[in-house]
Ligand binder design. Sequence first.
Ligand code: UTP
Length: 483
Amino acid sequence: MGEAGYEEMEPPQALVERLKDFRQEQTLALWKELNPQERQLLIKDLESLDLSRVDRIIKQSFLLRDRPIPSPEPVPEASVSTVLERTPEERERWWKMGLKAICEGKLAVVLLSGGQGTRLGSSEPKGCFNIGLPSGKSLFQLQAERILRVQRLAAQSVPDGAGRYIRVHWYIMTSPFTHDATCKFFESRKYFGLESEQVTFFQQGTLPCISKEGRIILETPYQILRAPDGNGGVCAALKSSKCLEDMAMKGIKYIDCYGVDNALVRVADPLFLGYFIDKGVATAAKVVRKAYPQEKVGVFVQRGKGGPLGVLEYSEMDPSMAYAINQETGRLRYNLSNVCLHMFTLDFLTQVTEELEEDSIYHLAEKKMSCVEGPIMGIKLEQFIFDTFPYAPSMALFEILREEEFAPVKNANGHATDTPETSRLLVLHLHTRWVTAAGGFVTHSVPLYSTGVEVSPLCSYVGENLEDICRGRTFHAPSEITT
Ligand code: UTP
């Protein structure tokens, strides 16, 4: 066929009909301008879409966009373990319960690492980011080494344990935007000492970005603009990648699920796991107290008296709610922030995956995006991991201290909060406190608030095991303390 023939070539009739059925025929608007290869690419891209699923998601999400949360109430006290109320005996009991479950191979760790990290602005996946600690370790390495340390603590907790084979399986969710770079990073660094067999990478799905009218947007004249389907996409992705089946086969019962961008995350935390098992709930979340009323964090609420717990985003809170005070405690009434540190039973995660798919309700996130027509405000369709909570038959919250477990890396350096620099300092300050509590001394030639020592996770997980290494010794900050 000559050039003239191509110009007359029409898109496949079946595809045109399907697009019309779902009111997405605008995706072919530039057909006439495309060359043959570009036409093939566009056809392939459009045919790869499950249009009826996308249509269901768009309709459901628009329909329920402004659904009010049934009269949000503060979380009942009985659902929360607070730092103040937690007794040393409880802590010890939960810690041991958690280690026992880890020894029995019942815990898996799921990392949410498919985000595009646009605010941080790094071209690499966020987990590869070096926040500037003396060791130069990436977020991935800090997390891998914490898993290694927990495995060791678990092995030491059983009488015959020293040589026992204890491996915590790590399932790492990537997206098409982070997958190859993440896998290469792990391979080139030899999985940071973990066994490659204990790490499974799986990719989350993407969804087309849409206009305010619910029309699919093109990125180029022959390519749909897509974005990852949110960190709640982990449920569908665990299912489609058969990781849920793999977990069941391995005898895993509990799943620790967290976001990649917290430099202080206690991966596979035995204390939290023990608490979760002891409560016998379907899911649990670690929470921190809100720092100030307008802080841009989601908070836990009860969805109507006696209803399930859920997260209310800061954008959904009016000022009267954000500033409301609990007269008895003098604290904010809605005070428990979600920090993306969760525990699930495998049973609940499997069940909620079906329910989320059936309901197909996604958040409509309006974002600036670049499309074939240039920069526009479009809509990303996203599910969040916390969307699972209202489906849970039971849930418990576990308060943690920010300065011990929450050092988020969201924004590029230069912003006021949640930067690599603020996160680096949170790590150094905590570790300096561990070292001095263990009898060590820290010297520094710049003010201590701007420096500190780093403790390798291979030495210590929560400040344990440091006396032999630190007592009576002096460390000059900044430096790393290793085994
Ligand atoms: P954020 O909501 O902070 O998004 O993700 P982000 O992509 O890291 O950063 P911005 O908003 O583009 O700047 C919280 C956690 O959820 C993961 C992220 O990787 C991070 O661990 N996430 C987010 C996913 O795994 N998939 C997604 O589609 C979105």
